[in-house]
Design a protein around this ligand. Structure first.
Ligand SMILES: [Zn+2]
Ligand SMILES: [Zn+2]
Length: 343
């Protein structure tokens, strides 16, 4: 099972409803912050997920709408959360920009945090506790942009009822059986793993693409994923702008999902010039199993035998205290007059 919590889903600049790109991917006790746009630390607080065990950041690329939040996050970590280290994976250019940002944050020794910069190359870069992560190249604007494939290792479930029936005591015998080793019970009977392990359940596969200029080169990397998270900055009516600024349209993203046999498409990096409905309408005509995600949407991706489930969990939002203020109408936000989506 892999869980995804979206923290920021806006393209380029924040809107009243959407923060800048960031998400938390979780597998058992492992947590990864994927991108960290400005304001991410507050979204983490609003989500209720908290900062604990959050020591690994994966950057899709180095544009400011994906990295600026690291400054505030590191400052808070060092001052209030007693964190001692942070590992940041990213392309060379993204890490160079983050280093520059950190020079400002960490200068003078007021904030102390050990930052471990890990430059990504295409290929496997994470293999721990039943999860692998592979980086693959993505074409956007600028060098060193990456997508990520999170893959859970396949497993055979332990059938506790069978074990009970065979009289296997709770304890080390069960652990050995789960590890595939036979055990001999105190009464001399031998129990084989085959007797207490269910059929192989393939691990969940989650493909992640940040900003992208085209989808052709992505097909082989995302093929057959249970869920694909990908940007959808433009609509097809403005495909020329998408090309100009190195972004995708909703129909391009949906076509990739359709052709690559994706089970569920999660669209993010949404321009505030369009409504979610417009994005969804365009994508769903090509790939119906699409969700245009919102900030604090939370999904659980699971797989039983032959079946993928991508469940939407209750929204993570802890309602913002209004302090008696009257909510501002959406029109009070700053309107983005230009059509450019530079991030
Ligand atoms: Zn962006
Ligand atoms: Zn970008």
């Amino acid at each position: 099972m892999i869980e995804v919590a979206f923290l920021g889903t806006s393209a380029s600049a924040p809107s009243v409803d959407r923060g800048l790109s960031a998400a938390m991917v979780m597998h058992e006790d492992q947590r990864f912050l994927v991108d960290c746009g400005e304001g991410t630390q507050r979204q983490i607080l609003r989500s209720g997920l908290g900062f604990k065990r959050l020591d690994t950041v994966l950057l899709t690329h180095g544009h400011l709408d994906h990295i600026l939040g690291l400054g505030g996050l590191v400052s808070t970590f060092a001052r209030w959360e007693a964190a001692t280290h942070l590992t940041i994976f990213g392309g060379g250019w993204a890490l160079e920009r983050v280093r520059d940002l950190m020079n400002v944050v960490l200068r003078g020794g007021e904030v102390q945090l050990r930052i471990n910069y890990q430059e990504l190359q295409p290929g496997l870069f994470w293999h721990r506790r039943g999860l692998t992560i592979t980086a693959f190249p993505v074409m956007h604007r600028g060098p060193g942009c990456f997508g990520f494939l999170f893959e859970e290792e396949s497993r055979r479930p332990f059938l506790a009822e069978q074990a009970d029936g065979l009289g296997v005591p709770a304890g080390p015998e069960r652990r050995l059986l789960v590890q595939g080793q036979p055990v001999t019970l105190p009464d001399g009977r031998r129990v084989d793993p085959e007797q207490v392990l269910g059929p192989l359940i393939p691990g969940v596969k989650l493909a992640w693409v940040g900003d992208a200029a085209q989808t052709e080169s992505l097909h082989e990397h995302v093929l057959g994923a249970d869920a694909l998270v990908i940007e959808s900055t433009y609509l097809d009516v403005e495909a020329d702008m998408a090309v100009r600024f190195g972004h995708l349209t909703a129909s391009q993203a949906a076509t990739l999902a359709y052709q690559a046999g994706i089970k569920k498409l999660l669209l993010t990096h949404i321009s505030r010039r369009y409504s979610s409905k417009q994005i969804l309408a365009e994508a769903a005509t090509i790939f119906p199993n699409t969700v245009v995600v919102r900030d604090l949407d939370h999904f659980r991706v699971t797989r039983a035998i032959g079946e993928t489930r991508v469940e939407a969990l209750p929204e993570l939002v802890l309602p913002c205290p209004t302090n008696g203020e009257t909510p501002r109408p959406a029109s009070a936000g700053i309107e983005l007059l230009e059509k450019r989506e530079l991030g």
